[in-house]
Design a protein around this ligand. Structure first.
Ligand code: FES
Length: 188
């Protein structure tokens, strides 16, 4: 029987002050549409003061060939911050939808699921995104169609990068300032 995975329990000896790292757990696209895409990947890298930006693998491009227009895939990524021996997870949702044929980054569009009104996570409902907190609504392209959101869903940049010898779709995760009409990337 395989042993259960455990989180590191020891402080980092060479860095006695607060240290942060980023661990990303990528669950393949799920739930939306009949096709599950991608796999599971875990890795970590050194972090800065805050975890507001990161390039994360989402799915092998081969698996995304099954992604059809109008049926976005939902990805959950977990950003983990380590404060000494304690690990604090932060889950974030990314929607990826096909906007053109082919298997290039331009074939897809990605949105952060964080509602720009007050930060709740939007849900896909039919062909629109709906915020459960104050009922803001967004169309397929992420534009606001109803409710109090001051701007559309925040787009995320997609790239294709090699991963284990295969091309994978990666997303450049970015936190944005919420509650503003202007889209401003957070840096801290
Ligand atoms: Fe989404 Fe208020 S947080 S509408």
């Amino acid at each position: 029987m395989p042993k259960a995975r455990t989180q590191p329990q020891q402080p980092v000896p060479e860095q006695p002050d607060r240290r942060e790292f980023l661990r990303v757990v990528v669950h393949g696209g799920v739930l939306l549409g009949a096709t599950a895409v991608g796999g599971v990947a875990v890795w970590q890298q050194s972090g800065g003061e805050s975890i507001v930006q990161a390039v994360l693998p989402l799915a092998a491009m081969a698996s995304l060939s099954k992604l059809e227009r109008g049926a976005p895939a939902r990805f959950e990524v977990t950003l983990a911050r380590r404060d000494g021996w304690r690990v604090v997870n932060r889950s974030r949702r990314v929607y990826v939808t096909r906007v053109a044929g082919g298997e290039t980054p331009e074939s897809f569009a990605a949105f952060s699921a964080i509602c720009p009104h007050a930060g709740c996570e939007v849900e896909l409902a039919g062909k629109q995104y709906v915020c459960p907190c104050h009922q803001a609504k967004f169309d397929e392209a992420g534009a606001v169609t109803a409710g109090p959101a001051p701007r559309g869903l925040d787009p995320l940049v997609l790239t294709v990068q090699d991963r284990d010898g295969q091309p994978w779709l990666h997303v450049a995760w970015q936190d944005y300032v919420i509650g503003t009409e202007e889209r401003t990337a957070r840096t801290t």
